[in-house]
Design a binder for this molecule. Structure first.
Ligand code: NCD
Ligand code: ZN
Length: 344
């Protein structure tokens, strides 16, 4: 039986770091395992301009533990007022690596997102021209669409029309949760990839709703039925270069999760690598873990894979059930999940 696993150091292609005290509390948990992460721009107010992203990057760098080699890969939050020239300049200087599309109102801090997709067509044109990827939160916000159907509706109503209008635009469908999304990504021969989170490989909607409501499992897009989870596991463990890790680690204090109207988001940074090793071993696919965590993402983003490595050993991981922040504790995703792998 394999006792140790050595992989190219992983990257996280979708991460919420927040700002201020919360950022200082959560950042070390990512920086200790991951070399790079695509940093989500949904702060309040959002990271909209190149100047915003530059200032946010400086704050992240200042919060890094001494000696950390972690590199934040910045993104801009697309609004109907986004200036395509500012986007192009931020890309040309090496500051930003993607632009993030949130349909207005789809998730946490998305009020400034896009309502009318025609208004941003010129930004998509510029991005296609310069090779800057678009990351999408793929859910429609139409209140008449059932929340479990919002990803599939987004593909049909928004994603496919955008891709047909801009065939050269490089797109990443983030945190996909359905077999519909897996099939859609596989149907594309170029310019389409998807990230998959750790938690969507582990939970289905029963985990959230059966036997009492479990706010710590609530995130957006919400976990779907079991057949979808199995499709995600098959895609992630297949080695297919179009699928890679984006944890969507999204810290909220317990006080903000455990409310009559609690926040969406799972905090997976501390135990993601241990959980993924477990999932890939269960699927008989430990040999595909490195592709998912460390190779497919950089290849799609046009970056080199990391030169250094991380090693996991077969022993129960040690991580806290919750981390302390000045705003209160943040519970780690599924802290009681039995796990057999820990990062050395
Ligand atoms: C994210 C957050 O908290 O910022 N929440 C989540 O459930 N994933 C926003 C997002 O990515 O949808
Ligand atoms: Zn997210």
């Amino acid at each position: 039986m394999t006792q140790t696993l050595t992989l190219r150091r992983p990257d996280d292609w979708h991460l919420h770091l927040r700002d201020g005290d919360m950022m200082r509390a959560v950042l070390p948990h990512t920086a200790t395992h991951f070399a790079r992460a695509i940093i989500m721009p949904n702060l309040v107010p959002p990271v909209v301009t190149g100047a915003d992203a530059s200032a946010y990057r400086d704050r992240i760098m200042a919060a890094l533990p001494a000696g950390s080699g972690f590199t934040p890969l910045m993104t801009l939050y697309l609004t109907e007022d986004t200036d395509a020239e500012d986007v192009a300049a931020a890309h040309a200087s090496g500051l930003i690596h993607a632009v993030k599309l949130y349909p207005a109102g789809a998730t946490t801090n998305s009020a400034s997102g896009v309502a009318n997709f025609n208004k941003v067509a010129h930004v998509f044109e510029k991005m296609a021209e310069i090779g800057l990827p678009l990351c999408t939160h793929g859910e429609v916000t139409d209140p008449s669409v059932d929340i479990f159907d919002r990803e599939a509706a987004f593909i049909e109503r928004v994603m496919d029309p955008i891709r047909r209008a801009h065939p050269d635009l490089r797109v990443i469908m983030e945190h996909i949760t359905t077999s519909d999304a897996v099939d859609y990504v596989k149907s594309a021969d170029k310019n389409l990839a998807a990230t998959i989170t750790t938690h969507h490989l582990v939970i289905n909607r029963n985990h959230i709703l059966a036997g009492g409501i479990k706010p710590h499992y609530y995130c957006l897009p919400v976990a779907k039925r079991e057949s979808h989870r199995l499709a995600l596991r098959a895609a992630a463990t297949s080695g297919d270069a179009r699928f890679f890790l984006g944890t969507d680690s999204a810290p909220h204090t317990d006080a903000n999760k455990l409310l009559p109207c609690g926040c969406a988001g799972c905090f997976t940074a501390p135990n993601t690598m241990s959980i993924l090793a477990e999932v890939f071993e269960q699927e008989g696919a430990l040999d595909k873990l490195e592709a998912f965590t460390s190779l497919n993402g950089p290849a799609y983003y046009g970056l080199p894979a990391n030169a250094d490595t991380i090693t996991l050993t077969r022993e129960g991981p040690r991580y806290p059930a919750a981390i302390d922040t000045p705003d209160g504790p943040v519970t780690v995703f599924d802290p009681d999940m039995p796990l057999n792998w820990s990062v050395v």
